[in-house]
Ligand binder design. Structure first.
Ligand code: GLU
Length: 282
């Protein structure tokens, strides 16, 4: 079956070269196999998301010569679906409320997970007021319910799902209608994505997504976690470290299609290469 891929940027800041690379990879994987390439705007983080950036993203992709199929999915249109999935998981007895702040989690944590200090289960089994709380997944209960799971990345092969690396992850946030994990999992299923294309920095997140698919009865796609554009110190490109945004390049009159072709051919600006993207320092 020809694959359905997607590019799912968050309009939290202007897109940069790393985003352009991710979009080109997702686009070309679909086109090379006669499949579809979809766009999704991940704009539910009200504390970081900027409405003015979505038209910029559209302009950037068009400038790169990338055409997507159908209308873009906008996460802020889908809040009812996220809430419904949250209610289902609550009815399954798998979510519990938690008011711990990030500072409290850091202070109480004894181990690190893929996203930083691991939540030590402070509120699990406690009588916590649900008003205004975040809702966490009871990871042990969830894994017991579905048993061992596997998933596959087409570059590195079959994986045993290890969602417990993340501990009791937040699925419904205090300041946003859903966590990235829940929204992205539901959206990939709703868009019919069969090949989830994204950077290697999100490889570990797939363990949680696979678990959520099993809990919610969603189909399992294949994944393609591509290398990241990295700076000489091995860290992934980020706008805050001075790489020009795509909008800057576009407005300066650069040829976007030629830039996309350079990325395809592995011709990167001086000092930029492909890599795994080492962890950010403190
Ligand atoms: N919205 C995420 C980002 O911009 C990507 C999520 C995904 O591809 O699953 O980093």
């Amino acid at each position: 079956m020809p694959p359905i891929t997607r590019f799912a940027p968050s309009p939290n800041g202007p897109l940069h070269l790393g985003h352009a690379y991710a979009a080109v990879v997702a686009h070309d994987l679909a086109r090379a196999r006669g499949g579809q390439f979809l766009l999704r705007i991940e704009d539910i983080d009200a504390t970081r998301s900027r409405a003015d950036l979505t038209p910029e993203i559209i302009a950037d992709l068009t400038w790169l010569g990338l055409e997507w199929d159908g209308p873009a999915m906008i996460q802020s249109d889908r809040l009812a679906d996220y809430a419904a999935a949250g209610e289902r998981l609550k009815a399954m007895g798998l979510l519990y409320p938690c008011h711990c702040t990030r500072a409290e989690v850091i202070a109480a944590s004894r181990d690190n997970g893929p996203d930083g200090p691991l939540y030590p289960g402070t509120c699990r089994g406690r009588d916590v007021d649900p008003a205004g709380a975040a809702w966490r997944l009871d990871m042990t209960g969830a894994r017991d319910m579905v048993g061992p799971l596997e998933w596959s990345d087409e570059r590195v092969g079959p994986q045993c799902a290890r969602p417990h690396l993340f501990g009791d992850v937040v699925l419904l946030r205090k300041e946003a209608p859903a966590s990235y994990h829940l929204a992205a999992t539901l959206d990939d299923a709703a868009q019919g994505v069969t090949l989830v294309t994204r950077g290697r920095d999100l490889f570990a997140a797939t363990h949680v997504h696979r678990l959520l698919q099993a809990l919610l009865g969603l189909p399992m796609p294949t994944w393609h976690h591509h290398d990241l554009l990295v700076e000489p110190d091995g860290r992934k490109l980020a706008k805050r470290r001075g790489s020009p945004s795509l909008a800057d390049r576009r407005c300066a009159g650069e040829d976007g299609r030629a830039l996309a072709d350079d990325l395809r051919a592995g011709r990167f600006p001086a000092g930029i290469s492909l890599g795994a993207g080492v962890e950010e320092g403190p």
